[in-house]
Design a binder for this molecule. Sequence first.
Ligand SMILES: NC(=O)c1ccc[n+]([C@@H]2O[C@H](COP(=O)([O-])OP(=O)(O)OC[C@H]3O[C@@H](n4cnc5c(N)ncnc54)[C@H](O)[C@@H]3O)[C@@H](O)[C@H]2O)c1
Length: 356
Amino acid sequence: MDKNNIGYAVLGLGVGMGHVRGTMDLRGGRLVAVCDLCEDRLAKAVDACKDSKSKDVRTYTNFTKMLNDPDVDAVSIATPSGMHAYHAIMAMNAGKHVLIEKPIDVSVARAEEIVRVWKMMGVKASCVFQCRRWPCITEVKRVLDEGKLGEVFSGLYRINWLRTDEYYAQPIASGEAWRGTWQWDGGGSLMNQGVHTTDLMQWLMGGVESVTSAAKIFNHKIETEDFTSSIVRFKSGAIGNLVSTTCNGGKTTTDLQFFGTKGSVCIENTKITSWVVPGEDEAEMIAKYADGGAAVTKDAAAAQGHAFHVQDLIDAIREDRKPYIQPDEALNALKVVLAVYKSAREGREVRIDEIK
Ligand SMILES: NC(=O)c1ccc[n+]([C@@H]2O[C@H](COP(=O)([O-])OP(=O)(O)OC[C@H]3O[C@@H](n4cnc5c(N)ncnc54)[C@H](O)[C@@H]3O)[C@@H](O)[C@H]2O)c1
C-alpha cells in the first residue's frame, strides 16, 4: 500500500454516492473502485468521477472481485444495514480498512463480530455518524463538557421526519424492499433515521442506562415502526425523551434540547434556536450558526458530511491513529435502539446492559 496514494473503494451506491463524492478532494488517496448490483448506479458513479483524479475508477457487481483488486486498500460499506457486518467482515478478512455506514449493523452479536475481526486483523475501522460534526453540536459538546449548564437533568431528542410509501417500497437490485423490515433495516424511524439522534444523545449525555418505550406503525405499510417514544434514563441520573417518526406531514425538524440547573441550549436541525449559557451571548451564538455554521468551518458541507469520515479514515491509516468513531463506540447507539424496541414489545423498562 502506498501511504501517499491509498486506494479507496465504495460498496453500495445509494448514500454510497456521498462517499464517492467525498473522495473527490481526498488528500493522500483516490477512489479506485465502486461496487453495486445495479448497473445504472455504477454508471452514475463513473459519470460523477469523470472530471476528477478518479476518472479511471473501476466498476464491480461482485464484492469479492472488488476485494481481490490489489489497488483497493480501504472500503466504504454502504449496503442495507442488515448486511453491514457480513460485508465489513469480508473486507477486513481481506486485509482492507473499512468505513461502515450507520447503524453499524442491526444485530449486536454481528456488530460484536465486527469488533472481534477488526481487532484480530489490526486494520482501521470507522463508522459513520456525521451529525457529530455539525458545528452547533461542537458548541453543545463544549458547554456540556465545561459544565456550563450546571447539572443537566433533562433533555429532548426528537426527529419529526417524513418518509413516503415509495421510499419504503424501493427495492434493492435483488428485487426485495429492505427499508422498514426487521431483517435488513432492523427497525424503522428510530433504527434508520433516528439512530443519528440516538447517537448524539448518548454521546453528549454520557451514556444511557435504560429506556421505557412505546412504538407504533401509524402511516406506512411496513413491519417495524414509524413512530417511537421513550423515557430515557441516563447514567448521569438525568431523565430525557427520545422521539422518532417518519410520519410527520408538517415541518421536518431534528430537535435537540438540553436543560440544566444553570442554563439550557436548543438546536433545530443545524441551527441554534436558544442559548442560555452563563457568560455567553445568545444573540451572537444564534447569528453565528444561522447558516448551519458554514462561516465557522469555512467548508461546512465537507466537515459535516461523508467527506469528513472518508478523509478521517485515510488520515488514520496514514498516521497510524484511531479514526473518529470506532466500531465499539458505534455499538452504543445500536444498543439503545434495540432497547427501545425490546421495551416497546415487552411493555417494561429495559436496561441497556440487557441488550446482547
Ligand atoms: N449517514 C447517513 O446519513 C445515511 C443516509 C442514508 C442511508 N444510510 C445508510 O446507508 C446504508 C444504505 O442505505 P441507502 O439508503 O443508500 O440504501 P439503497 O438501497 O439506496 O442503497 C444500497 C445499495 O447497496 C447495493 N447492494 C446491496 N447488496 C449488494 C451486494 N451484495 N453487492 C453490491 N451492492 C449491493 C444495492 O444495489 C443498492 O444500490 C444503510 O445502512 C443506511 O442506514 C446512511
